[in-house]
Design a protein around this ligand. Structure first.
Ligand SMILES: Nc1nc2c(ncn2[C@@H]2O[C@H](COP(=O)(O)OP(=O)(O)O)[C@@H](O)[C@H]2O)c(=O)[nH]1
Ligand SMILES: [Mg+2]
Length: 320
């Protein structure tokens, strides 16, 4: 059956019934962020609510994909159904994951219990910060209980997205200065769990001390949850069970304190605000053309009207 002929609603139903190709198509629709995407997003929104997201973030090359793959193995050994969203804006070709990611993720390509998706980072009208929660909700809607989100922890937008998971794992490497870089990038603030990956290399203890020190200086150390620091070796899977136990512990902690609900509510409020802002921005682009716009611009240039009054005139009666 060609899924291209299916309506968005039919695709959505097929995806929820377990059709992976339909799910892939629906996610592509969502990535566009257009009117069809909104229709699909609406359906997903009312259906989900059971999935738990774990963000895995850090600098490029820190070992996020390798670790993600090791975590997948661990979860599959417990027969858990999972989805992985790999967000990598650094790829110049497809906006998707880099080749290395794809190769590693091939290990799980034939496992129906794992659904892996590389997110396009361009195309969505609202950008990554709006397309990511939509995609996560869709994966939740089809019943994936664990959703792993790999993001590059470089750049303001990416770090913001990385911090939007229920539990955020920040991946660092041994060696001088890595934690300082992470701190600068804003990663310390969003960390629920620290991982020192590549623990087969020198400098694990120094890095651990650096992180401890930074924790002491931040508010994090005094919250109900103090982020643990876990050493791992991604390629062998060493430390991954400990890492996952920490994720479970963190989840139990924020569920018990009500922090999880608070985080989710906060995220939704932020998303709503962003959607409104984005639509106003698009509307602004639409109205800043045409005769009135030209005349007002001329007026401002000729100093016969000030920019604020001109803007007032443009905005009269504008709906978004
Ligand atoms: N020595 C060592 N290399 C690792 C470890 N984990 C990952 N790597 C390697 O580090 C490189 C980058 O890993 P990758 O998972 O693609 O990093 P990402 O960019 O953060 O997703 C790859 O060559 C991995 O094989 C580790 O624990 N020890
Ligand atoms: Mg990667």
């Amino acid at each position: 059956m060609s899924r291209r002929n299916l309506s968005p609603a039919e695709l959505f139903d097929a995806a929820c019934a377990g059709d992976r190709a339909a799910l892939a198509r629906v996610l592509s629709l969502l990535e566009r962020g257009d009117v069809v995407a909104r229709e699909v997003g609406r359906m997903a929104y009312t259906r989900g609510g059971h999935g738990y997201t774990v963000g895995i973030t850090g600098a490029p090359g820190a070992g996020k994909s390798t670790l993600t793959s090791a975590v997948i193995k661990h979860l599959r050994s417990m027969q858990l159904e999972i989805a992985v969203l790999a967000i990598d804006p650094s790829s110049p070709f497809t906006g998707g994951a880099i080749l290395g990611d794809r190769v590693r993720m091939q290990d799980h390509a034939t496992d129906p219990g794992v659904f892996i998706r590389s997110m396009a980072t361009r195309g969505h009208l609202g950008g990554l910060s709006l397309s990511t929660p939509e995609a996560i909700r869709m994966l939740d809607a089809v019943g994936r209980e664990w959703i792993l989100v790999e993001t590059v922890g470089v750049g303001q937008v990416e770090v913001e997205i990385a911090g939007k998971a229920d539990t955020t794992v920040v991946v660092l490497n041994p060696g001088w200065g890595d934690s300082v870089q992470a701190n600068k990038a804003g990663l310390m603030e969003i960390a629920d769990i620290f991982v020192i990956n590549k623990a087969d290399r020198k400098g694990v203890e120094e890095t651990r001390r650096d992180i401890e020190q930074m924790l002491e200086l931040s508010d994090l150390a005094h919250d109900a949850w103090r982020p643990p620091i876990i050493a791992t070796i991604g390629n062998t899977g060493e430390g991954v069970v400990t890492l996952w136990d920490a994720v479970l512990e963190h989840r139990a902690s924020i569920e018990a304190t009500g922090e999880l609900q608070k985080r989710r509510d906060f995220r939704l409020r932020e998303e709503l605000r962003e959607i409104v802002a984005r639509r106003l921005e698009l509307r602004a682009r639409e109205i800043c053309t045409g005769e009135q716009w030209e005349t007002l611009q001329d007026g401002v240039l000729a100093r016969s009207i000030d920019p604020w009054s001109a803007a007032d005139q443009m905005l009269k009666g504008v709906g978004a």
